[in-house]
Design a protein around this ligand. Structure first.
Ligand SMILES: Nc1ncnc2c1ncn2[C@@H]1O[C@H](COP(=O)(O)OP(=O)(O)OP(=O)(O)O)[C@@H](O)[C@H]1O
Ligand SMILES: [Mg+2]
Length: 491
């Protein structure tokens, strides 16, 4: 029942307020009681002296015992509620205006009496009550002096009738009643206000806890209204909420990434197995044929078979080395060793490597660049691989008599490399996918000449390691352009 934080807080608060209320009420009533005693005693301070004077108890340095007896007698008749006592110098009670059986003490304590006479202690001063052994009462007293010596005292108990209890007495007072109610109402209202504030605070916490529960229920994969603002006025609960959302978003992102990479891993394995198996089976087939039919085959056929087998083994070797390269790039084992070098020279070298292939198919490869083109700052070997991949693609996907341009231009802080061809182009919907590993559009897949679909993935990864990105622009049957930047070498 009291499981929620709010109910626990509310209960504690209620207990605390009740305790406070009890304490305040007690203090209030007790101080009021003392105040009443104080005023009563102050008002009747001189009562004993006044009566002594009126009844001429002592005159001309003499104390008249008989007049004292008359006094008791008179008060017994007139007002037995006023309790008068005569006491000797040691505190012994010697006379009173009451029936004997009501007197339960023989002596009274003289210390309060002396305090009263000396006037050094503040009121109320409570002294012994001859009719009550347990309780003290306020009084008025006058010393009876004979020949300059205190012979005794006239002692009057002021609060003659005792109330059954202080509280019941005070409860009968209109003012005390009102102020008591005011205290109770103020406390009750404060409690209500405090509960409302707590409610407001804990509501945010319970909303957060609901969100966390929902997140848990969704298998940590979905977080609703993840946009929350975080400004300077935020308190700890806001901070907590913000941190939770950040954490949840990170978890969702990571989980999606994991799922995605799991899918990619499966695809990769499927693709690798497929792409390894195809050339391997073909290779095996040719070699077996040569072995089995070596007597039937003439020299030309044999050479042709061996050449094809070699081609496939080459393809296999390429694929394996590409995979290996990508794995190294992914594992961050390859760190670019940047140096200053001339891009035009590198481009020339690469073009030269493919000269035989391009001239055979009558593809023209032209370069365009400024004479004053600065050196770039990059890893020579890796960039050579990038240009090689792009040129290889351009050659592969451009028909005979085609044209390839490699353009180098200076842009601010960088050199832009464009590799452009007028080949078959790439469909718009496939353009974003070509950089994915093993991705090859259907059309390319059907071509026997095609690679594994790893070249652009490697290119992209190398440029990423250089802090650069690659863009592709293409129109179907018109051509394709790849573009990337490399930083200029700062002397
Ligand atoms: N210049 C281009 N013109 C037309 N299509 C291209 C061009 N470059 C790349 N592509 C398309 O993008 C796909 C992916 O290219 P990528 O270089 O990654 O793989 P690949 O050339 O098929 O194989 P690999 O480079 O691994 O030998 C290619 O299969 C091709 O369809
Ligand atoms: Mg390629």
């Amino acid at each position: 029942m009291f499981k929620s934080l709010y109910s626990k807080l509310a209960l504690t608060l209620f207990a605390l307020f009740s305790l406070l209320a009890a304490l305040l009420l007690f203090l209030h009533l007790y101080s009021n009681h003392l105040y009443q005693l104080e005023t009563q005693q102050k008002l009747n301070k001189d009562l004993a002296a006044h009566i002594a004077r009126e009844y001429k108890i002592f005159e001309n340095g003499m104390v008249y015992e008989d007049r004292l007896q008359d006094l008791f007698h008179a008060f017994m008749q007139i007002n037995p509620a006023i309790e008068l006592y005569s006491i000797d110098g040691e505190g012994k009670i010697i006379g009173y205006n009451a029936p004997d059986e009501s007197i339960v003490r023989t002596h009274i304590d003289l210390q309060p009496v002396k305090d009263f006479i000396q006037g050094q202690r503040g009121f109320p001063i409570e002294g012994s009550d001859p009719r009550d052994i347990n309780n003290n009462k306020i009084f008025s007293v006058v010393p009876l002096i004979q020949s300059g010596k205190t012979r005794g005292y006239l002692y009057i108990i002021l609060a003659g009738e005792r109330f059954s209890s202080v509280v019941s007495h005070l409860m009968n007072s209109y003012i005390i009643n009102t102020s008591t109610w005011v205290i109770i109402i103020v406390l009750a209202m404060s409690l209500l206000l405090a509960l409302m504030v707590f409610r407001y605070m804990t509501r945010r916490l319970s909303t957060l806890s609901e969100k966390i529960e929902q997140f848990k229920q969704s298998g940590f994969s979905k977080i609703s209204d993840s946009q929350i603002r975080h400004d300077r006025s935020s308190d700890e609960i806001d901070d907590l909420t913000y941190s939770f959302y950040e954490m949840a978003n990170t978890i969702v992102r990571q989980l999606n990434k994991l799922k995605q990479s799991d899918v990619q891993r499966r695809e990769l394995i499927a693709n690798v197995s497929h792409d390894l198996r195809t050339p391997l089976t073909t290779l095996q087939g040719y070699l077996e044929t040569i072995l089995r039919k070596s007597d039937e085959l003439n020299e030309t056929d044999k050479k042709r078979y061996i050449k094809t087998a070699l081609q496939h083994s080459q393809r296999l070797a390429n694929l394996v080395s590409e995979l290996f390269e990508l794995a190294r790039l992914d594992a961050n084992e390859t760190r670019p060793k940047c140096e200053a070098f001339s891009l035009p020279e590198l481009v020339h070298d690469v073009i030269h490597k493919y000269w035989l292939m391009t001239s055979k198919r009558n593809i023209s490869v032209a370069t365009r660049f400024d004479e004053s083109l600065p050196f770039v700052h990059a890893d020579l070997g890796l960039i050579e691989r990038v240009i090689q991949n792009l040129l290889e693609n351009a050659i592969r996907y451009t028909p005979d008599d085609g044209r390839i341009d490699i353009i180098l231009t200076r842009t601010d802080g960088a050199v832009t490399v464009q590799v452009r061809d007028n080949g078959c182009g790439i469909a718009e919907k496939e353009l974003p996918l070509i950089f994915e590993r093993f991705y090859r559009p259907e059309k390319s897949r059907q071509q026997s000449s095609g690679g594994a679909g790893l070249g652009l993935a490697i290119t992209k990864r190398i440029l990423e390691l250089h802090g650069s990105t690659i863009q592709a622009f293409s129109r179907i049957n018109q051509g394709t352009e790849f573009r990337f930047n490399l930083p200029i070498h700062q002397a």
